[in-house]
Design a protein around this ligand. Structure first.
Ligand SMILES: [Zn+2]
Length: 64
């Protein structure tokens, strides 16, 4: 189980993978209820919501 780095909530990695694309830096944002993910700094980060993902990306400054 992955954890959201922003709020610490657990995420179902399989569901997040199933609902997002495989492309680094360009993960599709499909269903926030099932989690999402972002490739950053050489690894995938998993988030429970797009809001958390946005906060994380704002803090870590990736603009792609
Ligand atoms: Zn979160």
């Amino acid at each position: 189980m992955a954890q959201c780095p922003v709020c610490g909530k657990s995420i179902d990695e399989a569901a997040a993978r199933a609902t997002t694309g495989q492309t680094a830096f360009g993960a599709a944002e499909v269903d926030p209820a099932k989690g999402t993910r972002q490739f950053h700094d050489g690894k995938w980060y998993y988030f429970d919501t797009l809001e958390c993902r946005s906060k994380f990306m704002a803090q870590h400054g990736q603009k792609k």
